[in-house]
Design a protein around this ligand. Structure first.
Ligand code: PLP
Length: 467
């Protein structure tokens, strides 16, 4: 069987039944089947929201039957959407003539950002209609960025990342990959795989210098799927400049259903200026007796995630978000330290490490990075996630021990902690196997302790297993 083929029975074996089943019986059957899944609260590698309060559930229930696309019928939802767009534009320091939209998630937003860049380049280069343009993408970018290049026929120049680049976009490789056919650079805040933030300020400076020399103006799109609603609420946002404060940043996206705490499925896309979007991408539709410019890839959508997003922004406010983000970052630090203290693991994510004033991540004398506890200002900016691998000593002593086996055993205990391979990301270009835990609302300190206890137990069982 090829890896693309499903192991579930062939879909042709299923037909709509000739006679329906009573709803209550069917509902019980379906719930029973779903009870075999991993409980969403124990799906520890996921970024998307699983917990809502009663008011949010009620609002989502009411808005879930309203189609977000029908703005004449449901102007309240259109207003909620506009309000959320403006909140994000202000949070990310956009100038007043910004433009934004809700999407089904960051993936759709990334496609829109890339499409804007491609059309801009085509308008600027009418003589190159038969030339295939290119886009620069770090190997740490989410799959949806490569999807943009594939689906919209743009060459993806993938810039490798590794331990030397601290698992982020390699600024040293930037210039040699630029040319007159480069439509833009995609950067990530922060990486799905390790939680690190790309060096936005440095890339922006290099592109400024490149424009001075060549006249080529190359924009940046920031895929801030997770970091867009983490960074603004940390003190490092003052010094780590990543948003519209950098004039080269043309557009930014975030997933509302991740750290926006909205239900699935909503993302947000903001462009610095409406005038940057080529006219042939903006479709006018009537709205509240006026007209409204529209730029999305989909039409009908549930209003529930938009209502959920609006509710969270206004329920929490800046102070609520700040407290919540700090709690998650503190827990990420604590879990990283606990994992390293077992002696079995080493964290690739830097949530518990300090950034020195010269920008270098600190190392203590024994070769381990100095750990950072409460002092948020000194912490390395990044997502509240913990990405870990076996410590060198463990790998040498137990060469047959596999993180994927740890992940499988945890799955049997109904905890999902994904394991994956970072291909060629090691210091010598070797592969690194890692596991990831994402800190979300439901990851309490008690749950963290339970997870840790189980992980240690599983590792020790695997070590004791006769091979
Ligand atoms: C950096 C990054 N970009 C894009 C995505 C895709 O986001 P969505 O699921 O909202 O489409 C993810 C999902 O984890 C991500 O981490």
């Amino acid at each position: 069987m090829s890896s693309n083929e499903s192991s579930t029975p062939h879909t042709c074996d299923f037909f709509i039944p000739s006679k329906g089943v009573p709803g209550e019986i069917l509902g019980t059957m379906m719930q029973k089947e779903m009870a075999g899944d991993i409980p969403p609260s124990q799906d520890l590698g996921r970024f998307t929201t699983t917990k809502f309060d009663g008011v949010a559930i009620n609002l989502m229930d009411i808005s879930g039957t309203r189609n977000q696309a029908c703005i004449e019928e449901y102007p309240s939802l259109a207003r909620f959407q506009e309000n959320c767009v403006a909140i994000l534009a202000n949070l990310w320091k956009a100038p007043h003539n910004f433009f934004g939209t809700a999407t089904t998630g960051s993936s759709e937003a990334v496609l829109l950002g890339g499409l804007t860049m491609k059309r801009q380049w085509q308008l600027k280069n009418p003589d190159r209609q038969n030339t295939r343009p290119n886009v620069l993408i770090g190997a740490n970018a989410h799959i949806c960025v490569r999807k943009f290049a594939d689906y919209f026929d743009v060459e993806a120049k993938i810039i490798p990342v590794n331990e030397r680049t601290r698992y982020t976009f390699d600024v040293m490789s930037l210039e040699e990959n630029l040319d007159g056919n480069t439509i833009g650079v995609f950067l990530t805040l922060g990486s799905t795989y390790t939680g690190h933030y790309d060096p936005l300020q440095r890339v922006s400076e290099i592109l400024d210098e490149y424009e001075r020399r060549t006249g080529n103006n190359i924009p940046i799109h920031v895929d801030a799927a997770s970091g867009g609603l983490i960074t603004p609420f940390t003190s490092s946002n003052e010094t780590f400049v990543w948003d519209f404060r950098l004039s080269r940043v043309q557009s930014i996206n975030v997933s509302g259903h991740k750290y926006g705490m909205a239900p699935l499925a909503v993302g947000w896309m903001i462009w610095r200026e409406k005038s940057q979007i080529p006219q042939n991408l903006l479709l006018e539709s009537s709205y509240l007796r006026g007209t409204h410019a529209n730029f999305t890839l989909t039409f009908s959508r549930s209003g529930a995630p938009i209502a959920g997003q609006y509710y969270n922004f206004h329920r929490l406010g800046i102070s609520g978000y700040r407290d919540w983000v700090h709690t998650l970052l503190d827990r990420a630090r604590l879990l990283s330290i606990w994992l390293e203290d077992t002696g079995y693991f080493h964290c690739l994510s830097d949530a518990h490490r300090q950034l020195l004033s010269n920008g270098i991540i600190s190392n203590s004398a024994d070769g381990h990075h100095t750990r950072c506890h409460e002092n948020d200002q000194a912490a390395v900016p990044g997502l509240p996630i913990v990405v870990f691998t076996f410590a060198d000593r463990v790998r040498q002593q137990y060469p047959r021990l596999r993180l994927s086996d740890v992940s499988d055993s945890m799955h049997d205990l109904k905890f999902s902690i994904p394991s994956y391979t970072l291909h060629g990301w090691g210091a010598q270009g070797e592969d690194i196997d890692v596991m990831r835990i994402v800190l979300r609302d439901e990851m309490t300190v008690e749950l963290m302790a339970e997870v840790l206890k189980n992980v240690i137990h599983v590792v020790e069982e695997l070590i004791d297993q006769p091979y």
